[in-house]
Design a protein around this ligand. Structure first.
Ligand code: ADE
Length: 226
């Protein structure tokens, strides 16, 4: 898989995408992440500006058509893309099923929104998918792009060492994950549930399922409604 991210703030993306599991995934060529500075596509060679005042006189700046069009066209001339995603609080809600779906794609473009928004003609003509990571407004789409890229990449085969583990994540089966514990079995009198020390595999799996169901009912009953 290849993910191209277009942004005016590449620095925000560099660290989270180039550490730990995501770095290893790139080193092992399981995913290629390419970050593009939108300013490189500005026709204003001096100030490299990519935004302008909105028609109609309202407040804030709007990202212009031309640099975005040039960046996306440049990428599309090199390969075909499954989706051109725009990060925006008024998009469809990002979720585990959507991460699963996008993890099956070959090539993705993610355009990070900024300022007051982007010229709507880009959304009409170039964007194939508008995605929000939640009902709150961030200062820009970079953190949303990182969240999406992380959730997608960890699903790619071989990225997580125990491939099975992504299948048992919270949300994959509409249930939250059960609690986990490690040594020592007794810390300051805080004890690990006996069952986990019993060595009885079938009973442990049954206990974990019960815990998942109980936690989901208590913390996220909406997940069970589906
Ligand atoms: N940009 C600003 N807020 C956002 C959000 N909640 N999701 C995606 N992109 C955003």
């Amino acid at each position: 898989m290849r993910i191209d991210i277009i942004t005016v703030l590449p620095e925000i993306l560099e660290s989270p995408l180039n550490n730990s599991i995501l770095k290893r995934a790139q080193d092992r060529h399981l995913v290629e992440i390419c970050i593009h500075n939108l300013r490189d596509y500005s026709s204003d060679k001096k100030h490299r500006h990519v935004d302008d005042y909105p028609f109609g006189g309202s407040a804030g700046m709007v990202m212009q058509c031309e640099p975005i069009d040039r960046a996306i066209t440049h990428l599309k001339n090199q390969r075909s893309y499954d989706e051109v995603i725009f990060t925006t609080p008024d998009g469809e809600r990002f979720s585990q099923p959507l991460a699963n779906e996008l993890s099956l794609c070959e090539n993705l473009i993610i355009l990070c929104g900024h300022y007051k928004g982007i010229d709507h003609r880009i959304r009409e003509h170039l964007i194939t998918r508008e995605i929000s990571i939640g009902d709150y407004v961030l200062t820009g789409g970079e953190l949303a792009a990182v969240v999406m890229a992380d959730a997608i990449i960890r699903l790619l085969p071989g990225v997580i060492s125990d491939e099975q583990s992504a299948l048992f994540d919270s949300f994959q089966d509409h249930l939250l994950a059960p609690p986990v514990y490690t040594r020592p079995a007794d810390y300051k009198g805080w004890k690990v549930p006996e069952i986990l020390l019993s060595g009885h595999e079938a009973k442990i799996r049954e206990w974990e399922l019960q815990q998942s169901i109980e936690r989901t009912k208590r913390l996220r009953p909406d997940l069970l409604e589906d």
